[in-house]
Design a binder for this molecule. Sequence first.
Ligand SMILES: [Fe+2]
Ligand SMILES: [Fe+2]
Length: 316
Amino acid sequence: MSGYRDRIDLDLDLDRDRDRHPIGPRRVAFDWKTTPLHWIPDEPTATHVINVLHLLLPAGERWFVRVLKEGLPLVTDPELRDDVKGFMGQEATHSVQHSYVLDHLAEQRLPTQAYTRHVDFLFEKLLGESPPFGMPVTEREWLRFRLAVVAAIEQFTAVLGDWVLRAEGLDRAGADEIMLDLLRWHGAEEVEHRSVAFDMYQHCGGVGLARYARRVEGMVVVAPVLAWLWLWGASYLIRNDPEPGGPPRYSLGAHNRAVAKGLLPPWRELGMAIPRYFRRSYHPSQEGSLRRAVEYLAASPAARAAAGAVGRAAMS
Ligand SMILES: [Fe+2]
Ligand SMILES: [Fe+2]
């Protein structure tokens, strides 16, 4: 068994070397003043299905940071420690920037607290520092489970990140440039750090079959819960949309029409991310294109402005 484990660990190290890329936060800022509620013109369903990101990510990514910070003392590999710190900086920035979009939605008469308080409860109470309902789980096992959950969610953020970088349908539809830049900057950083939570889980998640089984368990929990939260969130936003003329409720037909126009990711692309993740030899460095992500970050107005601000601060 230990021979197998050594081989897996060696594979992971090689994967990380191959994928070695400095990870750090970019201190971006977005001005939402001119972004309309339906930021994909005449496409309320696609707009709100994507808007679910803003409902889930402020609390979700804050929670990622807390879980990885809790696990950081267990990381003995210095390169992985650097990656984890960079990951935490990126996710903290994502969380803050998406929370500003929630403020913008509220200013446009679409308040979201009636939904987000459930998301807060999920991440802060159910998945908090101690297991809920007095579950008889050791501290270490609870941390490992939550790391497996973060790694499974990161599988989807990498897939969505790569999709949004390729989603020319959004450009064709005249989607708001500020929102597109937020989504693509975030998507590119998700591709950039796609392996970090997985590597952290592998590093801290124990050994052998138990480690693999818990990784699978993370995905078995995450995939249906995420699908349900998304459906619920899209339904909430469409039902509470104050602009006249929109659909009365979320419909699968309207969703599928948006997929056909390239405004939302194809179901198959999302679904296939799951069996891939179940492969025992799987590593997220296989997901998406790091080159495409880096190219976008070099061109992103927000990332360029952030780099300029850092450069100016360094010179002064
Ligand atoms: Fe993120
Ligand atoms: Fe992420």
